[in-house]
Design a protein. Structure first.
Length: 144
């Protein structure tokens, strides 16, 4: 019996608002950090982070990253997608707010955006896009 997800299952799972864990090689050493992300089935994975962050520098150098999303409740499920990655553009206010709403809800997004605007970080956020090329999945609910 296989616990692997089908293409449709893995893409639908990744499209949900799971906390992601991004890994990228930085100076020959893995950098692994939790991060918010967005994904639509068949598209790219989008991350938003500071223009001067270690994540940004590492992605520029490696041009590749992996992202793991999981459901920590039994029956466990996870999806790992990896592929070429690049800085796509400066993240707009609307993009940042949409990402915040995805994870914090509408009220939380308002508070987050007020904080990030006041701190000046809102103008320093970049979008990183990763095109999934390889996948690793597990869905233990398939144990039958």
């Amino acid at each position: 019996m296989s616990y692997a997800m089908t293409r449709t299952e893995r893409e639908q799972f990744l499209a949900l608002a799971h906390m992601g864990v991004m890994s990228v090689v930085e100076n020959s050493t893995p950098l692994t950090v939790p991060i918010w992300y967005s994904y639509q089935p068949g598209g790219v994975v989008t991350l938003i982070t500071g223009q001067d962050s270690r994540k940004t520098r590492a992605v520029r150098d490696a041009a590749w990253l992996s992202l793991c999303a999981q459901d920590p409740a039994w029956p466990y499920k996870y999806v790992t997608a990896a592929g070429p990655a690049a800085i796509s553009c400066q993240a707009s206010y609307a993009e940042q707010r949409a990402m915040a709403a995805r994870y914090l809800g509408e009220d939380g997004a308002e508070s987050y955006m007020a904080w990030i605007t006041e701190s000046g970080e809102v103008d320093e956020q970049l979008a990183i896009e990763m095109t999934p090329r390889t996948w690793l999945t597990v869905d233990y609910s398939k144990s039958g």
